[in-house]
Design a protein around this ligand. Structure first.
Ligand SMILES: Cc1cc2nc3c(=O)[nH]c(=O)nc-3n(C[C@H](O)[C@H](O)[C@H](O)COP(=O)(O)OP(=O)(O)OC[C@H]3O[C@@H](n4cnc5c(N)ncnc54)[C@H](O)[C@@H]3O)c2cc1C
Length: 428
């Protein structure tokens, strides 16, 4: 027996609800729709498609939730990595209107999935965007006005005193609370969605890395031991797709970000840090994000490694960030530290489209994909039922390669981030 690929050594993998392996693909199968990748993009699409009655097969190169979806901060952040004002400036008001109408749908889809399929993933309502300075606070005020226009009426601005009721820190000048957001144990959400998909007859093959795709009238997808012939193919490998599809690699860049979890703090200590248990992300260009887990640890993430991968010591890298927000946790023991890759695009907006009439792709949520992947899954369901308008709104976004080509894109992007980091530092 060939050994199975393990999950990365995360808190999530240690507390996964379902540790069962799925088989490798070792035969030739025919189906309506084949999906490459069992992250949120693949699973959410698969579930919508199975609900619509399609025969769907997922090929996963490692494990369900092996990529960003099983490793992330678990924050249900609304809208996109670039907000509607930027979309309007760069792409015009019509497209901004179309994307704005969908900006709050992903979080509702997740809540509906949890409810319908009774998924145990520690869901908690409420997310906070925390400002370090007046400039960031002003931007949050504008964000609130924009989001209210789009129908989100669950937003509250918090001054420094009001914020203390939510976070026990002096680090921020104020914040925006979004009660339409929230947080989850992402690997358990992925595993719950996988089980829901399988309960509807869907098949998932793990350790079944796709090594070749024949772009024939009916695409044929090859693994080392089997193949699938399908009417439609969805590529959902995101940052882990590597060079399998050169067109998709050309206009995107993998980036690493890292997370630690403390030892179990106990309910009282955990509540003293985040009394209302909302998750938090700060407003810096390279942001930190954190929340309390279901078993009362502080889960704290941050950093961006352009090009992907992790720093030499995740603990040493993140400890000063954590202790700056919570000096009362100085020296706290970390039980888990891990990293994962997300896929950055130059526009910071997702890339959706078709390589041929029947090969679709969706990727590049730029670090902001928990809700958007769930929206995209619904759009894939719509497309296959003959309603492509909303998918095509995303597909019409123009995307460009990073400056500097493959060799220089990492240093160029890091330089840009350094510039924005300095602006954050000095509040300009
Ligand atoms: C550490 C971290 C923290 C984050 N925190 C947040 C957050 O709090 N909130 C938020 O909104 N977003 C967050 N993100 C981003 C978010 O997790 C991603 O945008 C989202 O999960 C992407 O989902 P996906 O399904 O497209 O990709 P992935 O989850 O990466 O899934 C891709 C899957 O495809 C498989 N695959 C790739 N190539 C092949 C192949 N050739 N054959 C078969 N299978 C293949 C991979 O093994 C993988 O399982 C974070 C990301 C990271 C890494």
């Amino acid at each position: 027996m060939m050994p199975r690929t393990p999950h990365t050594g995360s808190y999530y993998a240690a507390t996964a609800n379902d540790k069962n392996d799925r088989p490798r693909l070792q035969s030739a199968i025919d189906c309506d729709i084949c999906i490459v990748g069992a992250g949120f993009t693949g699973l959410s699409s698969a579930l919508h498609l199975a609900e619509a009655g399609f025969k769907v097969v997922i090929l996963e190169g490692a494990r369900i939730g092996f990529g960003a979806s099983g490793r992330n901060g678990g924050q249900l952040v609304n809208s996109y990595s670039r907000d509607i004002d930027v979309i309007e400036r760069n792409y015009g008001s019509e497209l901004a209107g179309a994307l704005g109408d969908m900006a709050f749908e992903g979080a509702n889809i997740i809540r509906e999935r949890i409810e319908t399929y009774q998924i145990q993933c520690d869901y908690k309502q409420g997310g906070i965007f925390a400002a370090f300075n007046k400039k960031q606070m002003h931007e949050l005020e504008e964000q609130k006005a924009r989001w209210e226009k789009l129908g989100n009426n669950k937003l509250t601005l918090l001054d420094q005193a009001a914020l203390r009721e939510h976070i026990d820190t002096d680090a921020y000048v104020g914040a925006l609370l979004d009660n339409h957001g929230g947080h989850i144990h992402p690997l358990n959400l992925a595993l719950g969605e996988a089980a829901a998909f399988e309960s509807l007859g869907g098949q998932i093959f793990e350790d079944s890395k796709v090594i070749r795709i024949d772009r024939s009238p009916r695409p044929v997808i090859h693994t080392s031991e089997g193949r699938i012939t399908c009417n439609y193919l969805l590529l959902a490998g995101n940052a882990y797709l590597g060079g399998l599809v050169p067109e998709l690699a050309a206009k995107s860049m993998p980036c690493g970000t890292q997370i630690v979890t403390t030892e179990i703090l106990g309910k009282d200590k955990a509540r003293s840090l985040l009394p209302t248990q909302h998750c938090v992300e700060d407003c810096n260009y390279k942001l930190d994000y954190y929340r309390i887990t279901g078993d009362n640890r502080l889960l704290f993430g941050g950093g961006t490694t352009y090009g992907g991968g992790d720093p030499a010591s995740i603990e040493n890298f993140l400890r000063p960030h954590l202790e700056k927000v919570f000096p009362q946790l100085k020296g706290v023991k970390f039980d888990y530290a891990w990293g994962g890759d997300f896929l950055l695009t130059l526009s910071r907006l997702p890339q959706l489209g078709r390589l041929t009439d029947n090969i679709y792709y969706a990727q590049g949520y730029s670090g902001h994909g928990v809700t958007t992947t769930h929206l995209i899954g619904k759009l894939m369901g719509e497309v296959m039922k003959g309603h492509a308008e909303r998918f095509d709104a995303f597909a019409s976004l123009k995307h460009f390669p990073f400056p500097g080509g493959h060799l220089l894109r990492v240093p160029y992007t890091a330089l840009g981030a350094f510039y924005y980091g300095m602006r954050d530092k000095f509040g300009i």
